[in-house]
Design a protein around this ligand. Sequence first.
Ligand code: SF4
Ligand code: SF4
Length: 267
Amino acid sequence: MTVSVHVTECCNLNCASCFHMIPLSDGINYYIENYIRPQLQLLAKHENIVDELVIMGGEPTTHPDIISILYVFREHFPNTKITLATNGTLLSVFNNIFFIKALQRTDINVSLTEYPFVPNYEYHYKLIHDILDQNNIKYTYNFTDKFLVQPFHKELHNNIHDAVWCKAFHYCTMLKDDKLYKCHLCAYVDFLLNRFPEIDWIKPSSDDYVDLNDDSLSDDAILNKLAQLSPICEHCIELNRDWFTDNPDEMKSWTRSKLNKNEWIKE
Ligand code: SF4
Ligand code: SF4
């Protein structure tokens, strides 16, 4: 499965409806030695179930130690595919020879999500493509000008006892605070609920994650638990949605967040 790790809760875009709830976070960077390395050490005990690791946030290139972070990920997962997910807005980072050398030496791929509101975006992203091409760094890119609407709808009642796996399983698992969460919504809904405690119909629970401090958990037991739906899934529109939809009712144009709860919920 693919496991993603936030190395920062900072993002220079702060998109409305960010499904990682970044605009609602405290905007902290995680330190390598007291957070990132211990998380990777815990996960490395189960490296057989990790097909790919994704370094993300927030925007990981805003982290002042992003170069060291690349080396630390590779140190703990020497044989695993690792990808850096970035919005590619910080050209100065891609122009940094030490950053580019670190990508080369660690053999870490880049996944660029390109945003059309970046000034001169065609020229901007072409410069980044050229840098990556010239340095033989593997990368993929996609273009985003629409965002999915709110993930949680109060009037929606999915039958979570159906034997149907959510598509998040295998692709959206998050490593956070010693735990593997089923998806980014399970992992970061606390940012939403801490800011808007009046939302009492979204029910996070211990069924949303596995605790990696539990040494009795086998790899199979972890996969089995992550594959099950949990109470938080009852109101989530992701369960039955076509993830590659271009349905205009499910998409909206990009705006910066105004920290309005209706960016994430529909009541
Ligand atoms: S660029 Fe990505 S991480 Fe940053 S706020 Fe937007 S959706 Fe969230
Ligand atoms: S249905 Fe559940 S597992 Fe799937 S995205 Fe929603 S909260 Fe996450």
